[in-house]
Design a protein around this ligand. Structure first.
Ligand code: NAD
Ligand code: MG
Length: 383
């Protein structure tokens, strides 16, 4: 039996993880399950899985959580510090599936315990960069990428020498507007943006897929996970989302990982690493799919990947500023306050206001994030 904590248990990745664990109950003991505000849903999961502790990030939901857990024997806690404390209980496996930089401190707490971290929460790695990778190194933790592209690359690199890599190619579905005109993109509504053609995901990452900022963040994520150098990382649009990414080696061989567009596949790969486990996913039927297509990204229509590449290249605090500005802009777009094309434009405006010195600790990353959020909110107040 292995112990597991799931940070962001009520989200899309959290639900996919729990679905796998539900099918394999005698292999896992659940330590902590966390959510932000969905106290009742979290309490139901904590009861079902016999969790040690359930935590809501938003402390105002703690009373509801306590009430829903009464008599269950599951501890209840609330607030950002309680998230960190739950992650620091040091489960052997921690699934980091909170959305946004809000997941950074709990993920770092799990890393400091030296266990395995199945990382879905890309914003945490994008913001913290070397602060996180250095902590992984220092504490002997194992970082297992869950983001489907990075999980694919991780599998393709297994047993290989990074010096032999010619290219790492991240595939991108292109999102719901991949075939849209500029006029359609300018008029895009939140409902259209969250309706992803291939994947069923949380609202924030769905909007990121629509702007292509998701691929931009993933480019920075890949740069930290697989340090082959920025000039050996590239992006290709692959609308079918069957090839999840690829690695080309110097002898001309390209290794790719293929699978259905179902997050349970990369999650299972991380949970069972270095072994394998069963998933209930449909086997890949390539004869039925028939055609796999690829094309170059259009950075005039979707500038996010260019902006992210520039931030990766600038390094230091730039990716954290980009991520914070994007989180604020996506929330504003979802709330109907700004137009779709303003999301990336506003990120560029916040970046243009200046990049602080490179953060050297978790606290400094959080300070950079907070300051960039203030700038992004300030820009919207002017508009
Ligand atoms: P989601 O919105 O469905 O779920 C997010 C989870 O985080 C929920 O449990 C929510 O309660 C919790 N949460 C949100 N804000 C919080 C806060 N401030 N404090 C504490 N908890 C908070 O998101 P998701 O789609 O599951 O994505 C989770 C992460 O995984 C994101 O970083 C996303 O980029 C990444 N990811 C998701 C997918 C996918 O298919 N959904 C694929 C690849 C990567
Ligand atoms: Mg991805």
């Amino acid at each position: 039996m292995r112990t597991i904590s799931i940070l962001g248990a009520t989200g899309s990745v959290g639900a996919s993880t729990l679905d796998l664990i539900r099918r394999d109950r005698d292999k896992w003991r659940v330590v902590a399950l966390t959510a932000n505000r969905s106290a009742r849903e979290l309490a139901n999961l904590a009861r079902e899985f016999g969790a040690e502790v359930a935590v809501v990030g938003d402390e105002s939901c703690l009373a509801d959580l306590r009430e829903a857990l009464a008599g269950s024997g599951v501890e209840a806690a609330g607030g950002p510090d309680a998230l960190v404390e739950a992650a620091a209980r040091g489960a052997e496996m921690t699934v980091a599936a909170i959305v946004g930089c809000a997941g950074l401190a709990p993920t770092m707490a799990a890393i400091e315990k030296g266990g395995s971290i199945a990382l879905a929460n890309k914003e945490a790695l994008v913001s913290a960069g070397e602060v996180m990778t250095a902590a992984v190194e220092r504490h002997g933790a194992t970082l297992l990428p869950v983001d489907s592209e990075h999980n694919a690359i991780f599998q393709c690199l297994h047993g290989e020498d990074l010096n032999d890599v010619r290219w790492i190619t991240l595939t991108a579905s292109g999102g719901p507007f991949r075939d849209a005109s500029r006029a359609e993109i300018e008029a895009a509504t939140p409902a259209q943006a969250v309706a992803h053609p291939n994947w069923d995901m949380g609202a924030k990452i769905s909007v990121d897929s629509a702007t292509m900022m998701n691929k931009g963040l993933e480019f920075i994520e890949a740069h930290h996970l697989f340090p082959v150098g920025l000039d050996r990382l590239r992006i290709i649009v692959h609308p079918q989302s069957i090839v999840h990414s690829m690695v080309e080696y110097r002898d001309g061989s390209t290794l790719a990982q293929l699978g259905p567009s179902d997050m349970r596949v990369p999650i299972a790969s991380a949970l069972a690493w270095p072994g394998r486990m069963d998933t209930p996913c449909e086997p890949l039927d390539l004869a039925r799919i028939g055609t796999l297509t690829f094309r170059a990204p259009d950075e005039d229509l979707f500038p996010a990947t260019r902006v992210a590449r520039e931030c990766a290249s600038a390094g230091g605090a730039a990716p954290a500023v980009l991520n914070a500005a994007n989180e604020v802009a996506v929330a504003a777009f979802l709330a109907g306050k700004i137009a779709f094309t303003k999301i990336v434009a506003q990120c560029e405006d916040v970046l243009a206001k200046g990049i602080p010195a490179a953060p050297a600790s978790l606290e400094e990353v959080i300070a950079v994030d907070a300051e960039a959020r203030r700038k992004a909110q300030g820009l919207m107040a002017i508009v």
